[in-house]
Design a protein around this ligand. Structure first.
Ligand SMILES: [Zn+2]
Length: 404
């Protein structure tokens, strides 16, 4: 080790090398602060008298697989200027930390290519140390998402633990970042976001949400100027759920065993888009057979295809006609589930047609959702909610800005 290496690699600019030892496959480097760099840490005066030392140990960037320990003789200084007795000011590490700042930066560099446990294993340090270093960095750089000029948002929730723990997120459809995240999936979980909006005097033009009453009331109460746009993909998913339930009803009611069998394997076929059916697995024929023996199912299936057309017209007037005829069919077919769904669409129609003024959706959040799944697989310490939220803020999803 040389003084130059200490400076350039380890960031020890005011120290000089005393000794380097190789023991137990580790490198131990003893250093002390240069005489002319000793300064009162209180008043910054140079008029100081040395009054004893205390050794402190820091981790430095390893050399290959060898850990590097830096031992520094920290000076106690008596200041002639202010009369205080203080330890010299340490510039190369955080107060109370056992890791050099350059080591922390190295951990952050490794964070781009490995998981927390990979890095902890590689450096032979605790998992929590890596996490805290990452957390400090995230807090500094992403702790306060910028709300300025935000106009188009999407709100949605994710399950962060299977089925019972949720997180609500607000996403900026233009910049592609998460603006806010909080535990829960009700209106309450959004309150922190509205508070920050008001403080910043931000005016939202449109918000993409699902048709849940909690979100509708939260948006219309807190940003009444914003146009609500119901997310087309959520609507489609809700309709798919109705088809699944209808198939289950029909399966239960069916007494003919042959027909029962036909219905049994069709759940996924019914939900697939027609163009994705696999002809090698005979999926077209199997689906057709099931539809042929079952009128309500056939109606629901074709109505699923027609539902998409609501969002695929040239203008709002055409879309209104499409919805009108869809609803008329649902009422005429006599299937209660479809009727109920049609009523719900009618009740929400202004937010459905708003798509033609603001073609936004919660679609881009799906990409974020996938990244969250990866984060969870890598066990990114998501039990620490604050850390998990900071990780969310640091994600950046490609924007499909305003095209759905
Ligand atoms: Zn002083």
């Amino acid at each position: 080790m040389t003084t130059s290496l200490l400076f350039h690699v380890y960031g020890l600019r005011d120290q000089e090398l005393l000794r380097t030892d190789f023991k137990y496959s580790a490198v131990t480097v003893k250093v002390k602060t240069k005489e002319d760099k000793l300064q009162c840490s209180h008043c910054h005066s140079w008029q100081v008298i040395k009054s004893g030392t205390k050794e402190r140990l820091f981790r430095g960037i390893p050399i290959g697989s060898r850990p590097v320990y830096i031992i520094i003789k920290v000076q106690r200084l008596e200041c002639k200027q202010c009369g205080r007795i203080r330890q010299e000011k340490i510039k190369f590490a955080r107060p109370k930390s056992h890791y050099l700042n350059s080591f922390r930066r190295y951990v952050l560099e490794l964070s781009r290519i490995g998981t927390i446990s990979d890095i902890a294993d590689h450096l032979g340090i605790g998992w929590d140390v890596v996490k805290e270093i990452q957390k400090e960095y995230l807090l500094k750089n992403y702790g306060r998402p910028n709300l300025e000029n935000v106009e188009y948002i999407a709100i949605d929730e994710f399950a962060i633990e299977k089925g019972h723990k949720y997180m609500t997120v607000v996403y900026d459809l233009v910049s592609g970042v998460i603006l806010y995240a909080a535990k829960g999936k009700d209106a309450e979980s959004l309150e922190g976001f509205w508070r920050r909006l008001k403080k910043k005097d931000v005016h939202i033009k449109a918000a993409a949400i699902d048709m849940s009453p909690a979100y509708i009331s939260a948006v219309s109460t807190n940003v009444p100027e914003a146009q609500i746009v119901f997310d087309r993909f959520h609507i489609k998913r809700q309709f798919n759920e109705q088809i699944t339930k209808l198939r289950r009803d029909l399966y239960r009611q069916e007494t003919d065993l042959g027909k029962k069998d036909l219905l049994k394997g069709t759940r996924w076929l019914l939900l697939k888009n027609k163009e994705n059916l696999d002809s090698q697995k005979n999926e077209h024929a199997r689906l057709q057979e099931a539809l042929d023996i079952n009128r309500p199912l056939a109606i629901a299936y074709y109505m699923k295809e027609e539902l998409d057309l609501i969002w695929e017209q040239d203008n709002r007037e055409e879309a209104e006609k499409v919805l009108g005829s869809w609803v008329a069919k649902a009422f005429a077919c006599g299937v209660p589930r479809l009727k109920k769904f049609a009523n719900s669409l009618l009740a929400h129609r202004s937010g459905i047609f708003a798509w033609y003024d603001y073609p936004i959706s919660t679609g881009p959040l799906e990409g974020i959702n996938n990244k969250i799944k990866t984060m969870k697989r890598q066990a990114y310490g998501f039990r620490d909610d604050e850390f998990f939220i900071l990780k969310l803020y640091s994600l950046h999803e490609k924007t499909y800005a305003l095209t759905g």
